[in-house]
Write a protein that binds this ligand. Structure first.
Ligand SMILES: Cc1cc2nc3c(=O)[nH]c(=O)nc-3n(C[C@H](O)[C@H](O)[C@H](O)COP(=O)(O)OP(=O)(O)OC[C@H]3O[C@@H](n4cnc5c(N)ncnc54)[C@H](O)[C@@H]3O)c2cc1C
Length: 395
C-alpha cells in the first residue's frame, strides 16, 4: 500500500452521476480537489449505467426540481461543445396517467398534476392530450379511454455513461486529481476542522469532503441508514422487429406511465437507439427487492422477463415482443419522501452529503454538481437546497 498524507481543499468520494458533476464544477473553479471511486466510472455496478436516462423539464416529483433540470441541459450542452461528444438527445417526452391526474410515480401522488403545475410555473412548453389524440399521434401506446397524457417537446434522454466520463475527463483537464479503483475505507472528521480520509492507497486530508457514494451511503452514515432503502431495478430491452420504424429516434418520445400498480407504480421507456436489433428499453419502477449494493443478484431470469412483459407491457405498448435482447440491473437509493439529500451533515458540517436520489436524479445531476460546488466554495447555492435537507429525518 502506498502511503500519503496529501492535503486538498475538497475530497469528493464517489464519481458516479453526482460525484463526477461535483468534481468537474469544483475543478473548474480552481479548487484543489481529489476524487475517489472504488471502481472505474462509468461502470455498471451502481446507479448510473444502462445507456439512457429520461430528462424532462417539468418535474412531477415536485415543481422545486425544474431549475435543476433546466440548468443541467445547459451544462450538458457546454460539455458537448468541450468534448465533441453527444450527451443530451431531445426526443419529446410523454407522461401518461389517469385523466384525473391522480396516479403515483416515484413515490409522489398526483404525478401528472404536479408535472402540469411545474410546466405552468416555469413556462415550459407542453400540450395536454386525451387518450384518443395520444393514440393517434403515438400509435405504439395503447392508452385506455380513462387515461390521458402530458407532452413536453423539450424532454428527451441523456447518456449516463458519457456524461460521467465527460465530467471526470473535464475535471482532470482542469487539474483535479482522480483516484480510480481506490476505495475509501474511513472518514474521520477532525475536531480542529477538516477531515482525514483513509483509502486503499493511503491517508489524505481535506478541508471538506463531498460524499456522493450513491447506494453505498449507509456505510458512512449508519445513523441515517434506516431512512435509505436500496432496491434492485431491472432494465429490459424488449425485442422489436421494426424498432427503427416503430420506436426510432425522431419518431418515438421518451415516456413515463403512472400505473398506480401495487408492485410497480409505473413504467418508463425510450426510443430504440440501437437500430432494429437493439430492442426497445422499457422498465418498471419497482420497490419490492431491498438489496445490499455489494451482493445484489444482477442476473435476470426468463421468468422475471416474462412476468414483467405480461404484467406491464402487454396490452399497453404495441410492437414489442416478450423476448429480451438484453437486460441490466441497477440500484435506486430512496428516501421516505422520495426526495434527495443534498446537505451538510449537521454534526459534521465539513462533510456534504449528495446522495439518495430516489430513482430520479440523473436529469438534475449536472446542476446538482454546480450547486454543491457553490455550497462548498461560497457557503450557499444559487438554487434552493432546503427541500433536500437531512433535518427532515428524525434520528
Ligand atoms: C434503473 C434506473 C433507472 C433510472 N432512470 C432515471 C431516469 O430515467 N432519469 C433520471 O433522471 N434518473 C434516473 N435514475 C436515477 C439516477 O440514475 C440516479 O439518481 C443517479 O445515477 C445516482 O447517481 P449517484 O452518483 O448518486 O450514484 P452512482 O452513480 O452509483 O455513484 C456512486 C459512486 O460511488 C462509488 N463509491 C461507493 N462507495 C465508495 C467508497 N467507499 N469509496 C470510493 N467510491 C465509492 C461507487 O463506486 C459509485 O461509482 C435511474 C436509476 C436507475 C437505477
Amino acid at each position: 500500500m502506498a502511503h500519503s498524507s496529501a492535503s486538498y481543499d475538497v475530497i469528493v468520494i464517489g464519481l458516479g452521476a453526482m460525484g463526477a458533476a461535483t468534481l468537474y464544477q469544483l475543478a473548474q473553479r480552481k479548487v484543489r480537489v481529489r476524487g475517489f471511486d472504488q471502481f472505474t466510472p462509468p461502470h455498471a455496478l451502481g446507479s448510473s449505467h444502462g445507456e439512457t436516462r429520461i430528462t424532462r423539464l417539468a418535474i412531477g416529483e415536485g415543481d422545486c426540481y425544474s431549475p435543476f433540470a433546466i440548468r443541467s441541459h445547459e451544462i450538458w450542452r457546454d460539455l458537448e461543445r468541450m468534448t465533441n461528444e453527444r450527451l443530451l438527445h431531445i426526443t419529446g417526452g410523454l407522461v401518461i396517467g389517469n385523466s384525473d391526474h391522480s396516479g403515483r410515480f416515484h413515490g409522489k401522488p398526483s404525478f401528472l398534476e404536479t408535472t402540469i403545475r411545474a410546466a405552468k410555473r416555469w413556462g415550459i412548453q407542453h400540450e395536454i392530450l386525451d387518450a384518443q389524440e395520444t393514440r393517434r399521434r403515438f400509435s405504439q401506446f395503447l392508452l385506455s379511454d380513462s387515461e390521458g397524457a402530458y407532452f413536453e417537446p423539450e424532454a428527451g434522454y441523456v447518456a449516463p455513461e458519457a456524461c460521467v466520463r465527460a465530467q471526470v475527463e473535464a475535471a482532470r483537464r482542469y487539474g483535479a486529481e482522480i483516484a480510480l479503483n481506490d476505495k475509501v475505507i474511513e472518514i474521520q472528521p477532525r475536531s480542529s476542522g477538516g477531515v482525514t480520509v483513509r483509502a486503499d492507497s493511503g491517508i489524505y486530508n481535506a478541508d471538506q469532503v463531498v460524499l456522493a457514494i450513491g447506494s453505498w451511503i449507509s456505510r458512512f452514515l449508519p445513523t441515517y441508514a434506516r431512512h435509505f432503502s436500496i432496491t434492485r431495478q431491472v432494465l429490459y430491452w424488449f425485442s422489436c422487429p421494426q424498432a427503427s420504424h416503430r420506436f426510432g429516434r425522431g419518431k418515438s418520445p421518451v415516456f413515463l406511465w403512472a400505473l398506480g400498480d401495487e408492485e410497480a407504480e409505473g413504467l418508463y421507456g425510450f426510443p430504440a437507439i440501437d437500430g432494429d436489433g437493439g430492442g426497445v428499453k422499457i422498465a418498471p419502477s419497482k420497490y419490492d427487492r431491498e438489496v445490499d449494493p455489494d451482493s445484489v443478484d444482477r442476473s435476470v431470469g426468463l421468468e422475471e422477463i416474462e412476468k414483467v412483459y405480461n404484467r406491464y407491457v402487454r396490452g399497453r405498448i404495441q410492437f414489442v415482443e416478450p423476448r429480451c435482447v438484453k437486460t441490466a440491473t441497477c440500484l435506486y437509493t430512496t428516501t421516505p419522501d422520495s426526495d434527495f439529500v443534498i446537505d451538510r451533515l449537521p454534526e459534521t458540517p465539513q462533510l456534504v452529503v449528495v446522495s439518495p436520489c430516489s430513482g430520479h436524479g440523473f436529469k438534475h445531476s449536472a446542476a446538482i454538481g454546480e450547486s454543491v460546488a457553490e455550497l462548498v466554495t461560497t457557503g450557499s447555492s444559487s438554487r434552493d437546497l432546503r427541500p433536500f435537507s437531512l433535518s427532515r429525518f428524525s434520528l
